[in-house]
Design a protein around this ligand. Structure first.
Ligand SMILES: Nc1ncnc2c1ncn2[C@@H]1O[C@H](COP(=O)(O)OP(=O)(O)O)[C@@H](O)[C@H]1O
Ligand SMILES: [Mg+2]
Length: 125
């Protein structure tokens, strides 16, 4: 199997597209800041996501666009806490803003903490 070098790939970009259902401009539900995800494989470290940042407004649709292998799926899996070993968040943070209540830094939540958190409730809603 031929190995791809993800460092040669263009980074995925996030774009806010039409589809807002009318919330204030600063009503952010999710913020991704300088996120980095690395897979520590036997062949070496694969930096799948390198410093992506975007905000998602509550009630809006966000498109992540990029060429194949640029890190779209890994970004989405990481937000949903579905990245498993040998993949790890190696930089940045992801913050979830519940409608009411304090922001939750989901990048540092353990699986156990997610089960009991408002983020876990939001994911399973
Ligand atoms: N389990 C894994 N082990 C090693 N590298 C991985 C793994 N999953 C994804 N990658 C690498 O991460 C990069 C981004 O992949 P991916 O997010 O699936 O791209 P996209 O969804 O944008 O096509 C790719 O170079 C891919 O080879
Ligand atoms: Mg994909």
């Amino acid at each position: 199997m031929q190995q791809q070098d993800p460092l040669q790939k263009t980074s995925a970009n996030a774009s806010q597209v039409q589809g807002s259902v009318g919330n204030s401009a600063d009503d952010i539900v999710l913020k991704v800041e300088d996120l980095e995800v690395t897979f520590f494989t036997e062949e070496g470290a694969v930096q799948a996501v390198r410093g992506i940042s975007f905000e998602m407004k509550r009630g809006s649709i966000l498109a992540i666009v990029g060429e194949s292998g640029s890190g779209k799926s890994v970004t989405a899996y990481t937000i949903l806490k579905l990245i498993q070993e040998p993949g790890r968040i190696t930089g940045g943070k992801i913050t979830f803003y519940p409608k009411n209540g304090k922001p939750i830094e989901i990048s540092s939540l353990t699986e156990r903490m997610i089960c009991c958190s408002r983020y876990g409730a939001a994911l399973s809603a």
